[in-house]
Design a protein around this ligand. Structure first.
Ligand code: T6T
Length: 324
């Protein structure tokens, strides 16, 4: 299973659409009509959350007898995701499952898909405009942020100190909802002084430097909630670099192999894991319903679970994959 570069796959798509034939990307191109094709556009390439989602997507597409392909941007960025979307238009797949990297900026390109008769299913993230996608499948992200606050309260066990949230990029519907859920829930714990959220641009190095700077300005830092995979991996690095492993409670979101390794090493104290494979599978189900003219479920929320070192082995089914 590989995620090809967008340029190579788009050119191949165009060839195929014009009868150029040949294998495309990861599609199984079993010779069925061009419109029996589903395309997944994740938020970023080579990232365990979206790879796990792709595994579920491909399993469900194969079971339904559909060709499939995945095209992802190198960065979680609307300027990079937009040409992937417009490049797919010509090949006219039956449906596109997409994690929009900006809840407003991606509305235009995604509306082009809809206007071309291509069914659009939002997986993970979603647009503010609810008129474009036929269905949105994601975790209950606000609840996930609340769960992170409750978990941090348990970990700090009544001790007092400052608490930081690391968000990714404004306009990422999922991490914005997680930060909101956390901010609302942390008010219940007066011993935990919320000092606000900082943005990491979804870059681990930025997350690490934000933690180091916050520690210098707030020596009483007792907790960090990192709202996604890259921010969490970076925050762990920041705490390790500052020699604060275990002294500051780190609650991460997601469960990449690196995050699980840091959990078992005591650098991370808890992970809020999602179920990306089910998001991918449910996305295919909703795409097929739309293609077949059946009713869609507009919003579907998938499972979340808080994992600590003590119960990690029992929850290994939630660990993300680096390959299918
Ligand atoms: O946390 C996931 C995803 O849910 C979010 O929308 C963006 O970040 C991740 O992909 C992890 O990097």
């Amino acid at each position: 299973m590989k995620i090809r570069s967008a340029v190579a796959v788009s050119a191949a798509f165009l060839l195929a659409a014009c009868g150029g034939g040949g294998q495309i990307g990861d599609s199984n191109s079993g010779g069925s009509a061009a419109n029996k094709k589903l395309v997944l556009i994740p938020g970023i390439t080579a990232e365990p959350f979206y790879i796990s989602m792709q595994c579920g997507f491909e399993e469900a597409a194969k079971a339904a007898g559909y060709e499939f392909d995945t095209q992802a941007p190198a960065k979680f960025d609307a300027a990079q995701q937009t040409p992937i979307v417009t490049g797919i238009l010509a090949s006219k797949p039956a449906a596109v499952l997409i994690a929009p990297t900006d809840d407003k900026a991606m509305a235009g390109p995604m509306k082009q898909l809809k206007d071309a008769g291509i069914k659009v299913v939002e997986v993970d993230t979603k647009l503010q405009d609810t008129s474009i996608g036929v269905s949105s499948i994601s975790s209950d992200n606000e609840q996930g942020g609340k769960l992170a606050a409750e978990t941090l309260n348990k970990l700090t066990a009544g001790k007092s100190g400052s608490v930081l949230v690391l968000n990714t990029k404004a306009g990422t519907s999922t991490t914005d909802a997680r930060a909101k859920g956390f901010e609302d829930a942390i008010k219940a714990y007066p011993n935990l002084k919320y000092i606000g959220q900082q943005y990491t641009d979804n870059e681990p190095a930025t997350a690490a430097s934000k933690v180091t700077a916050t520690l210098a300005a707030n020596p009483d830092l007792i907790g960090v909630f990192a709202t996604n995979l890259n921010s969490g991996e970076g925050a762990a690095t920041g705490l390790r670099n500052a020699g604060k492993t275990g002294a500051v409670n780190l609650v991460g979101f997601d469960a990449s192999p690196k995050q699980v390794e840091d959990l078992q090493a005591g650098i991370v104290q808890a992970l809020i894991a999602q179920d990306p494979a089910t998001i991918g599978k449910q996305g295919v189900e909703q795409a097929l319903a739309a293609i077949d003219g059946k009713e869609n479920k507009r919003n579907i929320e998938t499972e979340l679970v808080a994992i600590t070192k003590d119960d990690a082995a029992a929850n290994s089914k939630y660990f993300y994959k680096k390959s299918c």
